[in-house]
Design a protein around this ligand. Structure first.
Ligand code: ADP
Ligand code: UDP
Length: 241
């Protein structure tokens, strides 16, 4: 049985600790807090951490079945994961199927417009800079990340995860509009899917009504935040438990 070790880091949505006697693992606790707009807006609801942990756990197990390597080792408590400790790649990999969020704003496009093909974008992970968009050229010329061969792997992994997730959500009548992934390297130099996949990091729209069941409800004060996260978990449990 794994035991929580020394505190490592507190982020916006999770707390990280060492795992006693296992230097290659970390202990990840999902928090009840919600943040948006680079943490300018803060909120929370009870069981949010628990709900996101469960949703993300179903998704990571599903992706493992689809031969995608993830950092998940074990769900040690409903709200706590033990994961592989990775050397994190400082990029957010965003994959989009339909226009929403920053893409709608940037190009004045209507929300929901279908893209000709899935779009993969990179954002540089930096709280100070508010996670700016970066091109592959910028990553190379500004020397933001040395291992450039990784970029094409990140793109193909993003597209593969997208195909798996689209069919995962389609079965529960949700359209996957866009989402964010994070990856790290393990000690063999392999790229491994890390962090979480939940309504915090995906846009999910009901296939019939078009209503969104994701963090935009919190970002834009649409109400029913807690109910929407619970609804996503309930739909997943009806089909995948
Ligand atoms: P943030 O740091 O953006 O506020 P979180 O609260 O979700 O986000 O904190 C989780 C942190 O742990 C993130 O910085 C994420 O990059 C990092 N992380 C996720 N998975 C792993 C892993 N397997 N190994 C090391 N770090 C990880
Ligand atoms: N996203 C995320 N974390 C971030 C930025 C974006 O999880 O720091 C997710 C977001 O929830 C959405 C997708 O990535 O599903 C695309 O986000 P977008 O660029 O539209 O930014 P937003 O306007 O949501 O900040």
């Amino acid at each position: 049985m794994y035991q929580r070790g020394d505190f490592l880091y507190e982020g916006k949505a999770k707390k990280l600790y060492k795992v006693q006697s296992f230097d290659d693992l970390i202990w990840v606790e999902f928090k009840d807090s919600l943040t948006a707009f680079n943490a300018e807006k803060k909120g929370q609801f009870s069981d949010k951490g628990l709900i996101n942990s469960k949703i993300s756990h179903y998704i990571f197990n599903y992706l493992t079945e689809q031969n995608i390597k993830t950092h998940l080792v074990e769900l040690v408590e409903p709200q706590v994961w033990v994961t592989k400790k990775l050397d994190m790649i400082p990029l957010e990999v965003v994959v989009r199927n339909q226009v929403a969020g920053s893409l709608a704003k940037k190009f004045h496009l209507p929300k929901g417009k279908k893209l000709k093909k899935p779009l993969v974008e990179f954002y540089y992970k930096s709280d100070e800079l508010q996670d700016p968009f970066v091109s592959a050229e910028q990553i190379e010329c500004l020397d933001l990340y040395s291992n450039l061969e990784i970029l094409s792997d990140l793109k193909s992994l993003g597209l593969k995860v997208n195909e798996s997730l689209k069919s995962f959500f389609k079965k529960i009548d949700l359209d996957l509009i866009d989402f964010k992934l994070e990856f790290g390297c393990n000690d063999k130099g392999e790229i491994v899917l890390a962090d979480e996949i939940s309504p915090d990091s995906c846009r999910l729209w009901d296939s019939k009504s078009g209503d969104n069941l994701d963090k935009d409800r919190f970002r834009y004060d649409q109400g029913k935040v807690e109910e929407s996260y619970k609804e996503v978990l309930n739909r997943i449990e009806r089909v995948y438990a």
